[in-house]
Design a protein around this ligand. Structure first.
Ligand code: FES
Length: 70
């Protein structure tokens, strides 16, 4: 059984839960806090939450490779 990796200890929210929240539309740390309470306590996890948001964004290089629509 996999051991959960907590992104936010205060709210007991795992990295997987934060990633799911981002996939569901959260785009800022505030969005994440409103949806799953991560980042709403001591604030020590805010940098990690920002990293998870950045990792979820497509790189500019991959966006450039998308086909252009008419
Ligand atoms: S560890 Fe996330 S708010 Fe404290």
């Amino acid at each position: 059984m996999a051991v959960p990796v907590y992104a936010c200890i205060c709210a007991a929210v795992t990295t997987s839960q934060v990633e799911a929240t981002i996939l569901a539309g959260a785009r800022t740390v505030s969005d994440i806090g409103e949806r799953c309470f991560a980042g709403t306590g001591c604030g020590n996890c805010v940098d990690r939450l920002e990293e998870l948001i950045e990792q979820s964004e497509p790189s500019s290089e991959s966006v450039e490779k998308l086909p252009q629509s008419a």
